[in-house]
Design a protein around this ligand. Structure first.
Ligand code: DGL
Length: 275
């Protein structure tokens, strides 16, 4: 029977999706996961719409070929720029019984219970900010809220370079926090709308200095996935449950394994893939 069951695919441009995978595995430890990081082509956040869509579709097709029936785009940039087209245009042709989910909607759904005054700050990649996806989703669910977005192009590069603990990282975070509060000092909740950014969380919180709550997405996405699986037994029943995770990267597997081991707190090995 096991061969008819499938891992849940988790896709990110690089390391950022590990923050989502980590939270999902804590919440749903029994399932089997296949993580794919397109490290060779990260960062995505400064790329064109067309490239992000094309790269994301390639990754989704690859994960489908590897057997995944359900793929989470654990990347805001891919969720903002590619999710809707893949769901509406590509999935019906590829296989309408498979599913691709993103991270923006689950985040926005929870924001109403986290903010006091509805003044929301967003740190995200230039691609996510330019897409207006958070503005659209917040506008749909909470029309009275105000969103103040600021793109932080250097943060992903810092994380991908393994420099999250450096002085350069600290300076970049301080600069961007100051800019956001310069735009609107009364922001009470800040969304880290890029899955790489939780790796800079301690610095963000230090520079925000109690002025606002800083929200990361891992737990929100994990809870939303648990709810999705509860509501969709036809998908849940196809998921393999052996608690295993395989890590795939388009970059260097040694580098991926070493960086990801530090982040996840356990040794792992990664496989190089091309597609
Ligand atoms: N981690 C991704 C996100 O959540 C994008 C990082 C990148 O620019 O590649 O937006």
């Amino acid at each position: 029977m096991t061969s008819y069951l499938h891992p849940i695919g988790i896709f990110d441009s690089g390391y950022g999706g590990l923050t989502i995978l980590d939270a999902i595995r804590r919440r749903l430890p029994d399932y089997s996961y296949l993580y794919l990081g397109d490290n060779a082509r990260a960062p995505y956040g400064i790329r064109s719409f067309d490239e992000i869509y094309r790269f994301t579709l390639e990754a989704v097709k690859f994960l489908f070929d590897e057997g995944c029936r359900l793929v989470i785009l654990a990347c805001n940039t891919a969720s903002a720029k590619a999710l809707r087209s893949i769901q509406q245009r590509d999935l019906p042709k590829i296989d309408p019984s498979r599913r691709v989910l993103g991270v923006i909607r689950p985040t926005v759904e929870q924001i109403g219970s986290l903010t006091a005054d509805g003044r929301i700050g967003l740190f995200a990649t230039p691609g996510t900010v330019a897409s207006g996806s958070y503005d659209i989703e917040i506008g749909k669910l909470y029309p009275s809220f105000r969103l103040y977005s600021h793109a932080c192009p250097s943060w992903v590069e810092i994380v991908e370079a393994g420099m999250a603990d450096s002085i350069i990282a600290d300076q970049a975070v301080k600069r961007d926090v100051d800019i956001l509060f310069g735009i609107e000092p009364s922001i009470d909740t800040i969304i880290l709308g890029c899955t790489h950014y939780p790796l800079l969380l301690d610095k963000v919180e230090r520079h925000v200095k109690q002025r606002a709550k800083v929200v990361t997405q891992g737990q929100l996405v994990a809870e939303s996935l648990a709810d999705y699986l509860r509501r969709h037994p036809e998908i849940e029943s196809q998921c393999r449950r052996d608690g295993a995770t395989r890590f795939l990267t388009t970059g260097s597997p040694e580098r991926f394994a070493s960086n990801a081991s530090i982040f996840l707190g356990h040794q792992l090995s990664a496989e190089k893939v091309t597609y």
